[in-house]
Design a protein. Structure first.
Length: 227
Protein backbone atom coordinates (compact mmCIF):
# COMPACT_ATOMS: atom_id res chain seq x y z
CA UNK A 1 0.00 0.00 0.00
CA UNK A 2 1.34 3.41 -1.04
CA UNK A 3 0.73 5.05 2.37
CA UNK A 4 2.98 2.52 4.09
CA UNK A 5 5.31 1.21 1.39
CA UNK A 6 6.69 4.52 0.12
CA UNK A 7 8.58 7.26 1.94
CA UNK A 8 6.26 9.92 0.53
CA UNK A 9 3.19 7.96 1.64
CA UNK A 10 4.52 7.68 5.18
CA UNK A 11 5.17 11.42 5.28
CA UNK A 12 1.62 12.06 4.07
CA UNK A 13 0.26 9.93 6.93
CA UNK A 14 2.47 11.81 9.39
CA UNK A 15 1.32 15.13 7.98
CA UNK A 16 -2.41 14.37 7.96
CA UNK A 17 -2.42 12.91 11.47
CA UNK A 18 -0.24 15.78 12.67
CA UNK A 19 -2.61 18.42 11.30
CA UNK A 20 -5.56 16.60 12.87
CA UNK A 21 -3.77 16.61 16.24
CA UNK A 22 -3.06 20.34 15.89
CA UNK A 23 -6.79 20.90 15.40
CA UNK A 24 -7.46 18.90 18.56
CA UNK A 25 -4.89 20.95 20.48
CA UNK A 26 -6.66 24.09 19.29
CA UNK A 27 -9.97 22.82 20.64
CA UNK A 28 -8.38 21.68 23.91
CA UNK A 29 -6.65 25.04 24.32
CA UNK A 30 -9.90 26.94 23.77
CA UNK A 31 -11.67 24.64 26.23
CA UNK A 32 -9.00 25.23 28.89
CA UNK A 33 -9.24 29.00 28.51
CA UNK A 34 -12.87 28.78 29.61
CA UNK A 35 -11.61 27.81 33.08
CA UNK A 36 -9.96 31.23 33.41
CA UNK A 37 -13.22 33.08 32.88
CA UNK A 38 -15.91 30.74 34.19
CA UNK A 39 -15.27 27.74 36.39
CA UNK A 40 -18.92 26.77 36.12
CA UNK A 41 -18.75 27.00 32.34
CA UNK A 42 -15.61 24.84 32.25
CA UNK A 43 -17.26 22.17 34.39
CA UNK A 44 -20.27 22.22 32.06
CA UNK A 45 -17.94 21.49 29.15
CA UNK A 46 -16.29 18.68 31.14
CA UNK A 47 -19.68 17.16 31.92
CA UNK A 48 -20.64 17.38 28.24
CA UNK A 49 -17.40 15.61 27.30
CA UNK A 50 -17.71 12.87 29.92
CA UNK A 51 -18.36 9.21 29.21
CA UNK A 52 -21.02 9.98 26.62
CA UNK A 53 -21.02 7.97 23.40
CA UNK A 54 -19.91 10.88 21.20
CA UNK A 55 -17.08 11.78 23.57
CA UNK A 56 -15.95 8.14 23.73
CA UNK A 57 -15.98 7.86 19.93
CA UNK A 58 -13.94 11.07 19.70
CA UNK A 59 -11.52 9.78 22.36
CA UNK A 60 -11.04 6.50 20.48
CA UNK A 61 -10.45 8.39 17.24
CA UNK A 62 -7.99 10.71 18.93
CA UNK A 63 -6.12 7.77 20.46
CA UNK A 64 -5.90 6.17 17.00
CA UNK A 65 -4.44 9.38 15.57
CA UNK A 66 -1.80 9.51 18.31
CA UNK A 67 -0.84 5.86 17.85
CA UNK A 68 -0.57 6.17 14.06
CA UNK A 69 1.41 9.41 14.34
CA UNK A 70 3.83 7.88 16.86
CA UNK A 71 4.33 4.65 14.88
CA UNK A 72 4.99 6.52 11.66
CA UNK A 73 7.30 8.94 13.47
CA UNK A 74 9.53 6.09 14.62
CA UNK A 75 9.26 4.43 11.22
CA UNK A 76 10.35 7.55 9.35
CA UNK A 77 13.12 8.31 11.85
CA UNK A 78 14.63 4.85 11.46
CA UNK A 79 14.33 5.12 7.68
CA UNK A 80 15.96 8.56 7.61
CA UNK A 81 18.78 7.54 9.94
CA UNK A 82 19.52 4.54 7.79
CA UNK A 83 19.50 6.65 4.64
CA UNK A 84 21.31 9.82 5.72
CA UNK A 85 21.92 10.03 9.45
CA UNK A 86 19.69 11.40 12.19
CA UNK A 87 17.61 13.93 10.22
CA UNK A 88 13.88 13.52 10.61
CA UNK A 89 12.45 15.23 7.54
CA UNK A 90 13.78 15.65 4.04
CA UNK A 91 13.31 19.33 3.25
CA UNK A 92 14.55 21.51 0.43
CA UNK A 93 15.51 24.52 2.52
CA UNK A 94 16.17 24.34 6.27
CA UNK A 95 16.79 27.77 7.80
CA UNK A 96 18.94 28.00 10.89
CA UNK A 97 16.07 28.86 13.23
CA UNK A 98 14.47 25.45 12.71
CA UNK A 99 17.65 23.41 12.34
CA UNK A 100 17.72 22.28 15.97
CA UNK A 101 14.05 21.30 16.03
CA UNK A 102 14.42 19.49 12.71
CA UNK A 103 17.32 17.40 13.96
CA UNK A 104 15.70 16.62 17.33
CA UNK A 105 12.10 15.90 16.40
CA UNK A 106 12.28 12.36 17.82
CA UNK A 107 13.58 13.58 21.19
CA UNK A 108 10.99 16.36 21.26
CA UNK A 109 8.32 13.82 20.34
CA UNK A 110 9.37 11.55 23.21
CA UNK A 111 9.11 14.45 25.66
CA UNK A 112 5.67 15.29 24.27
CA UNK A 113 4.69 11.62 24.62
CA UNK A 114 5.87 11.54 28.25
CA UNK A 115 3.92 14.72 28.94
CA UNK A 116 0.86 13.15 27.37
CA UNK A 117 1.18 10.20 29.73
CA UNK A 118 1.40 12.58 32.70
CA UNK A 119 -1.65 14.47 31.44
CA UNK A 120 -3.66 11.27 31.06
CA UNK A 121 -2.82 10.24 34.63
CA UNK A 122 -3.70 13.65 36.08
CA UNK A 123 -6.90 14.24 34.15
CA UNK A 124 -8.32 11.52 31.90
CA UNK A 125 -7.76 8.76 34.47
CA UNK A 126 -9.59 10.84 37.08
CA UNK A 127 -12.41 12.14 34.90
CA UNK A 128 -13.64 10.21 31.86
CA UNK A 129 -12.22 6.83 32.93
CA UNK A 130 -14.10 6.63 36.27
CA UNK A 131 -17.35 7.60 34.52
CA UNK A 132 -16.75 4.93 31.90
CA UNK A 133 -16.03 2.25 34.51
CA UNK A 134 -19.13 3.26 36.43
CA UNK A 135 -21.30 2.96 33.33
CA UNK A 136 -19.78 -0.45 32.65
CA UNK A 137 -21.07 -1.66 36.02
CA UNK A 138 -18.21 -0.95 38.42
CA UNK A 139 -20.34 0.78 41.04
CA UNK A 140 -17.45 1.02 43.52
CA UNK A 141 -15.71 3.69 41.41
CA UNK A 142 -15.81 7.15 42.95
CA UNK A 143 -17.26 9.58 40.39
CA UNK A 144 -17.83 12.50 42.78
CA UNK A 145 -15.22 14.69 41.06
CA UNK A 146 -15.28 13.08 37.63
CA UNK A 147 -16.94 16.06 35.95
CA UNK A 148 -15.30 18.67 38.18
CA UNK A 149 -12.52 19.76 35.86
CA UNK A 150 -11.73 22.86 37.89
CA UNK A 151 -11.05 20.72 40.95
CA UNK A 152 -8.50 18.64 39.04
CA UNK A 153 -6.83 21.71 37.50
CA UNK A 154 -6.52 23.32 40.92
CA UNK A 155 -5.25 20.13 42.52
CA UNK A 156 -2.67 19.48 39.78
CA UNK A 157 -1.31 22.99 39.34
CA UNK A 158 -1.10 23.80 43.02
CA UNK A 159 1.87 21.41 42.96
CA UNK A 160 4.99 23.26 41.70
CA UNK A 161 6.53 20.00 40.48
CA UNK A 162 3.65 19.45 38.09
CA UNK A 163 3.82 23.11 37.04
CA UNK A 164 7.48 22.75 36.04
CA UNK A 165 6.88 19.43 34.28
CA UNK A 166 3.97 20.84 32.31
CA UNK A 167 5.94 23.94 31.28
CA UNK A 168 8.84 21.76 30.10
CA UNK A 169 6.32 19.65 28.18
CA UNK A 170 4.82 22.74 26.58
CA UNK A 171 8.27 24.00 25.62
CA UNK A 172 9.00 20.73 23.82
CA UNK A 173 5.56 20.88 22.23
CA UNK A 174 6.31 24.37 20.87
CA UNK A 175 9.49 23.22 19.15
CA UNK A 176 7.73 20.12 17.85
CA UNK A 177 4.83 22.10 16.42
CA UNK A 178 6.81 24.96 14.91
CA UNK A 179 8.78 22.55 12.74
CA UNK A 180 6.16 19.84 12.28
CA UNK A 181 3.39 22.19 11.18
CA UNK A 182 5.16 23.81 8.23
CA UNK A 183 6.86 20.53 7.33
CA UNK A 184 3.41 18.92 7.08
CA UNK A 185 2.23 21.71 4.80
CA UNK A 186 5.28 21.16 2.62
CA UNK A 187 4.58 17.45 2.37
CA UNK A 188 0.97 18.12 1.42
CA UNK A 189 1.99 20.32 -1.50
CA UNK A 190 2.59 23.88 -0.29
CA UNK A 191 6.28 23.68 -1.16
CA UNK A 192 6.90 26.67 -3.39
CA UNK A 193 9.16 29.42 -2.07
CA UNK A 194 6.34 31.87 -1.38
CA UNK A 195 3.97 29.57 0.49
CA UNK A 196 6.56 27.59 2.44
CA UNK A 197 7.88 30.81 3.95
CA UNK A 198 4.33 31.86 4.79
CA UNK A 199 3.64 28.50 6.43
CA UNK A 200 6.81 28.78 8.50
CA UNK A 201 5.61 32.15 9.80
CA UNK A 202 2.07 30.87 10.39
CA UNK A 203 3.31 27.75 12.18
CA UNK A 204 5.46 29.81 14.55
CA UNK A 205 2.64 32.23 15.37
CA UNK A 206 -0.04 29.55 15.65
CA UNK A 207 2.14 27.23 17.77
CA UNK A 208 3.06 30.11 20.05
CA UNK A 209 -0.59 31.02 20.59
CA UNK A 210 -1.49 27.42 21.45
CA UNK A 211 1.43 26.89 23.85
CA UNK A 212 1.15 30.30 25.54
CA UNK A 213 -2.57 29.80 26.17
CA UNK A 214 -1.96 26.37 27.69
CA UNK A 215 0.86 27.79 29.83
CA UNK A 216 -1.37 30.68 30.89
CA UNK A 217 -3.83 28.25 32.48
CA UNK A 218 -1.02 26.40 34.28
CA UNK A 219 0.58 29.57 35.66
CA UNK A 220 -2.73 31.27 36.51
CA UNK A 221 -3.97 28.36 38.62
CA UNK A 222 -0.57 27.98 40.29
CA UNK A 223 -0.54 31.67 41.26
CA UNK A 224 -4.14 31.35 42.41
CA UNK A 225 -3.13 28.51 44.74
CA UNK A 226 -0.58 30.80 46.41
CA UNK A 227 -3.12 33.41 47.50
Amino acid sequence: MWLSNSSVGRKVVMSVTGVALVLFLTFHMAMNLVALFSEEGYNMVCEFLGANWYALVATAGLAALFVIHIIYAFWLTMQNRKARGSERYAVVDKPQNVEWASQNMLVLGLIVLAGLGLHLVNFWAKMQLPELLFKMGNLSVNTAYAADGVYHIQHTFSNPVFVVLYLVWLGALWFHLTHGFWSAMQTLGWNNKIWINRWKCISTIYSTIIVVCFALVVVAFFLKSLF
